[in-house]
Design a protein. Structure first.
Length: 127
C-alpha cells in the first residue's frame, strides 16, 4: 500500500517537473490548434516529443492505477495504452508517430492521440 502511494507521488512529481521545464522551451507555433497535431509534432524536437509522450504516459499510468485501485474499469484507451506500449520505449513510440506523419503528409491536422489510438493501439489490442 505504501509502495503504491510513493509510486503515485513519484509519478506525479515527475509529470509536474517535466511539464514545468518543457514549457520554458516552447515557442509559438503557426498552428491555431491548442492540441498536438501532426504539424506541431513534426516541428518538435526529439526531446520535446519524448517529453510529451512521457507526460502523457505518466498521466495514463496514474489514471490506470487509481481506477484499478478503486475497482473501476479504465477506458479502452487507457487499457490499450498500457497493453500496447508496455515494452516500448519513448523513442519507439515517437518513431511510430514520425513514420505515420511522414507517410501521410496530407493528414498533418490529425491529432497525435487520434493517430495513437486508431493506428497503433486499436489494431494491436489483444481483446
Amino acid at each position: 500500500m505504501k509502495i503504491l502511494r510513493y509510486l503515485s507521488i513519484f509519478l506525479l512529481a515527475g509529470f509536474l517537473f517535466t511539464g514545468t521545464t518543457s514549457c520554458f522551451a516552447q515557442s509559438t507555433t503557426v498552428s491555431p490548434s491548442p492540441d498536438v497535431d501532426g504539424y506541431v509534432w513534426m516541428k518538435s524536437t526529439d526531446p520535446e516529443k519524448k517529453a510529451f509522450l512521457f507526460g502523457a504516459g505518466t498521466a495514463i499510468a496514474l489514471e490506470y492505477q487509481m481506477r484499478t485501485k478503486r475497482t473501476e474499469e479504465p477506458s479502452k484507451f487507457i487499457k490499450g495504452w498500457i497493453e500496447v506500449f508496455d515494452n516500448m520505449s519513448w523513442a519507439e513510440m515517437a518513431s511510430k508517430l514520425d513514420t505515420y506523419y511522414e507517410s501521410n503528409p496530407d493528414k498533418e491536422s490529425r491529432l497525435v492521440f487520434d493517430v495513437l489510438w486508431h493506428e497503433v493501439i486499436k489494431p494491436n489490442l489483444k481483446n
